[in-house]
Design a protein around this ligand. Structure first.
Ligand code: ADP
Ligand code: MG
Length: 439
């Protein structure tokens, strides 16, 4: 077997929050990529895919573990790897030609070689005639072509791509995918291996020879599959759909039971951990449940997602909400309504709100908010106060997102109100009058 290009051994990454609490993002990742492989790294958003890619390219170091490139430790940016970003990341004041040449300038390649190589690449990637254009004169698809050309200009052995097609419209993305595959498969680029981060299952099955699936909170490798379908792949072929379905099952599979010490994880101050709320929208929850009810109470998540035009990334948080509220459960890639879920679908709007209210008052974040509001004489409290508490449990970004979700859900269920003018949460009259401490 060929020597691995990149080897990650027990790579772990934690980020330390301002309050000293460490968030574990990547947990003990061991992975090898060999010449000839096109590997897709698949995982829900926020799972740590970009972090892993930055570690592979040497842009950030791991907290623990070893990164080897051709057997040598990676220290600092890996000169044999290049990265294509989702957001194009072009310099607006440089022309197409200058943007593509940039990596070569940094490498000290002489001007004449630079020009020739860049011209060739610009032609290869379909941008001839645009050498002197500025990024703002280009469409999104053309900008991403520049992004590819810039990464390829340094002739990287390992081409890393971070959701490179996700900012493009459907048609442009599909064109670029097949063009890139053609270049790679016909060996018209000197790249030896490709590592592509994506949250799209179909994209992974369409392009990659191997799919590595990450879990979330923290990211661990939960599957490593080879894809042996011949190219060009037909998205409607039964084998294609079967593979998409089985990856769906893996991604929606039961979470591992947390180890005992994680289950009682505490902040450094010893306060109990707040369980994060899933980010799914309640409006989508109702739509999803009604669709399943129409199907007799059980249906394939993959089919539900494609009918609701939801990527797995948008669908999973909604199924998590359904499970959290005991309205449905996920089994073998199917979503199954519970008795309560059935009742929810048959209920009127007011009853649905009441059912969600019953669930919310069981959740630590809502218990906390209600306790505070009930203990205050005016039954109100500024949002900032809760933000500060949540920041002891989550990253600043995540605390903000958690509070946004909590406020949205609380308002939906009439558990409390929120005044965006004063950024204040307050209890509705009826529950403010109820005996405090009814918790
Ligand atoms: P993905 O690419 O899968 O969406 P990321 O690798 O971007 O995930 O992020 C994984 C987690 O790590 C997120 O919770 C994110 O907030 C956190 N994170 C990423 N970069 C940093 C950083 N520089 N500091 C603190 N937290 C970070
Ligand atoms: Mg990312």
């Amino acid at each position: 077997m060929a020597e691995a290009l990149i080897r990650l051994l027990g790579v772990t990454k934690t980020y330390t929050q301002p309050d000293g609490y460490d968030i574990l993002v990547l947990d003990d990742i061991t992975l090898e990529i060999r010449p000839g492989e096109f590997v897709a790294l698949l995982g829900p958003s926020g799972s740590g895919k970009s972090t892993l890619l930055r570690i592979v390219t040497g842009l950030v170091p791991p907290s623990y573990g070893v990164v080897l490139y051709r057997g040598r430790p990676v220290v600092g940016p890996n000169p044999h790897a290049a990265m294509v970003f989702q957001s194009f990341a072009l310099y607006p004041w440089l022309t197409v030609q200058e943007n593509v040449e940039l990596g070569l300038v940094a490498k000290g390649v002489p001007a004449s070689v630079r020009r020739a190589r860049t011209r060739r690449l610009i032609e290869l990637i379909g941008l001839s005639g645009y050498e002197d254009a500025l990024p703002k004169e280009l469409s999104g698809g053309m900008r991403q072509r520049v992004g590819f050309a810039r990464a390829l200009a340094v002739e990287p052995e390992l081409l890393c791509m971070d959701e490179p097609f996700s900012a493009l419209d459907v048609l442009t993305a599909e064109n670029l995918r097949s063009e890139l595959l053609d270049l790679w498969r016909a060996a018209r680029i000197p790249t030896r291996a490709v590592l592509m981060v994506t949250h799209g299952i179909e994209e992974a099955v369409y392009m990659a020879d191997r799919i590595v699936v990450l879990s979330k909170n923290p990211a661990r490798i939960v599957a490593d599959l080879s894809v042996r379908l011949p190219h060009p792949r037909n998205r409607r072929a039964p084998e294609f759909l079967a593979l998409v379905d089985s990856v769906y099952k893996i991604m929606t599979g039961p979470e591992e039971e947390p180890a005992p010490e994680e289950a009682v994880a505490t902040t450094p101050e010893g306060a109990p951990r707040l369980e994060p709320l899933p980010s799914g929208h309640l409006s989508m929850l109702t739509g999803l449940l009604e669709l399943v009810a129409d199907r007799g109470g059980r249906d394939d998540l993959y089919r539900l997602g494609s009918e609701l035009l939801l990527e797995v990334d948008d669908l999973l948080p909604v199924t998590e909400v359904a499970e959290l509220f005991h309205l449905a459960r996920v089994e073998e890639g199917d979503l199954i309504l519970t008795g309560r879920g059935q009742a929810f679908c048959e209920a009127d709007g007011a009853t649905r709100k009441a059912m969600i209210r019953e669930e919310l008052v069981q959740l630590p974040i809502f218990r906390l908010i209600l306790r505070v509001l009930q203990s205050k004489a005016n039954h109100s409290m500024v949002k900032e106060f809760f933000n500060d508490i949540l920041e002891e449990h989550f990253s600043v970004e995540e605390a903000e997102a958690q509070l946004r979700t909590a406020i949205y859900w609380g308002r939906y269920a009439d558990l409390f109100h929120y005044d965006p003018e004063t950024e204040t949460l307050y209890l509705p009259r009826a529950s403010a009058d109820a005996a405090p401490g009814a918790d």
